[in-house]
Design a protein around this ligand. Structure first.
Ligand SMILES: *[C@@H]1O[C@H](CO)[C@@H](O)[C@H](O)[C@H]1NC(C)=O
Ligand SMILES: *[C@@H]1O[C@H](CO)[C@@H](O)[C@H](O)[C@H]1NC(C)=O
Ligand SMILES: *[C@@H]1O[C@H](CO)[C@@H](O)[C@H](O)[C@H]1NC(C)=O
Length: 420
């Protein structure tokens, strides 16, 4: 009887566990075999049910700290003081024919791979949605107003390709307010490519620079320590920020992201392992490593960035919409969904929120996970530069990243005080 009970409990926890697994799999690009499953098998073999259940519980709480007695309240992500109680990241999408805000085919900085309409997408409805926060409105985007506000400033986006998308979107949005399109150019004449480390666009009539730095992990890649196992091809130094971070210091606005690359498939399966100090951390799970990298980033901001001048933002995980058994199927819908189906939460976002909340200097979390959760209609899908590889992680331009920028810009506009 007792055994029967335990085993049904075990079955129950196992189903919770496989939910977690499929959930994590879904959010990290559908490739990841998550580390907890290894310990799962090992512990079953050991036959020690009690320690197994304890370990499960530990793992569960570890992965989902929100289920622990609440250690932090819901983050207050206000849009400046002007809108009072409003959390702009909580809301819904409403149809609005005033969107899109630009035509990607007329913007030289929207990369071809994200211009879904030019790549053959026929339905245009996905471009006509506006984000409506629950208790306020995002002021209508006015390119000239933002350009004037940003006159003489430097804005820097740092992170992975999702940051590049936001950078492209920001430039395209602002270019609608520039009469002489030739006055906007990349400072080295470079074209946008997927692996380029730096792109800088100058709005010369406004003496405004909008830069992008590719740093997918934010921390510093390292050489392989001597006497490492053969499978180690490269390392990430979790306690050191990326070398190019020195280029990020002297800025007025700094927007970070990281998350999509912290997966087994993009790390261990490529021979990349973690390092702290001089020592290799072969067994360290990606979640632990991400947390360590965020802590490194946080203390870098606290010591290196003058937040009296620089407004610092960190964007949370941008929801992806992979489906199917192995989370490798990508079906772009025609309409936003009315339900977020669990995609409004992400352990990566939770970790970002938690780290930022503990920081000693002001940093704004751009919690874009919930708004993206509804937008299974807005991904690149097969309307990219490589239609044979469907893409349910990146977004079409114009599209969802424009909303991230509307929020960013309105935050900058409403912000009074020392910075900006
Ligand atoms: C910002 O400051 C200006 C003048 O310094 C003032 O007129 C305006 O009301 C302030 N805005 C907010 C949102 O506090
Ligand atoms: C965008 O611009 C291109 C080229 O000027 C044009 O052919 C196309 O119809 C425009 N698309 C929309 C949606 O207005
Ligand atoms: C930022 O401003 C505060 C308050 O005005 C001041 O005490 C502090 O020294 C300033 N920090 C820097 C780095 O300028």
């Amino acid at each position: 009887m007792a055994t029967g009970f335990s085993w049904s409990l075990f079955g129950h926890i196992r189903s919770i566990y496989s939910d977690i697994f499929s959930y994590l799999n879904k959010i990290i690009d559908g490739h990841c075999k998550f580390w907890v499953f290894k310990s799962f098998n090992g512990l079953v073999a050991s036959g020690s049910l009690i320690s197994f259940l304890l370990a499960l519980t530990w793992g569960y709480l570890y992965l989902f700290p929100k289920l622990q007695p609440v250690t932090y309240s819901n983050p207050v992500l206000e849009l400046g003081n002007s809108v009072g109680e409003c959390n702009v990241f909580e809301g819904r999408w409403i149809r609005d024919e005033n969107y899109p805000l630009y035509n990607a085919s007329q913007c030289p900085f929207a990369e071809g791979g994200f211009n879904c309409l030019a790549n053959g997408r026929k339905d245009r409805g996905y471009t006509n949605w506006k984000w409506k926060p629950k208790n306020c409105d995002i002021p209508r985007f006015n390119a000239r107003e933002i350009l004037e506000k940003l006159r003489g400033k430097r804005v820097v986006f740092v992170g992975d390709s999702l940051s590049r998308t936001q950078w492209e979107s920001a430039i395209c949005m602002l270019m609608t307010g520039v009469d002489d399109k030739k006055s906007v150019f990349e400072v080295h004449g470079n074209q946008i490519t997927k692996r380029i480390r730096f792109l800088g666009v100058q709005f010369s009539s406004f003496n405004l620079r909008i830069d992008f730095y590719r740093s997918v992990f934010l921390v510093k890649p390292g050489p392989v320590p001597r006497h490492s196992p053969k499978r180690v091809k490269s390392t990430l130094k979790l306690d050191k920020l990326d070398d190019i971070s020195k280029e990020w210091i002297d800025t007025d606005v700094l927007i970070f992201n990281s998350g999509h690359w912290w997966t087994r498939s993009k790390l261990f399966e490529m021979g990349c392992y973690f390092q702290v100090g001089g020592s290799l951390k072969l067994g360290m799970p990606t979640t632990t490593a991400f947390r360590a990298a965020l802590d490194t980033w946080a203390s870098w901001v606290e010591t290196m960035v003058n937040t009296n001048r620089t407004s610092v933002f960190f964007r949370t995980f941008e929801s992806s919409h992979w489906s199917g058994r192995n989370r490798n199927s990508c079906k772009v819908t025609r309409q936003p969904s009315s339900e977020s189906r669990g995609r409004d939460h992400s352990p990566i976002s939770d970790m970002i929120i938690k780290v930022v909340k503990r920081m000693a200097v002001p940093v704004t979390v751009m919690h874009v996970t919930p708004m993206g959760a509804f937008r299974g209609d807005a991904h690149v899908g097969t309307w990219s530069d490589n239609p044979s590889v469907p893409d349910c992680s990146h977004w079409c331009l114009p599209g969802v990243p424009d909303t991230w920028n509307e929020i960013l810009f309105s935050f900058l506009l409403s912000k009074n005080g020392t910075s900006l």
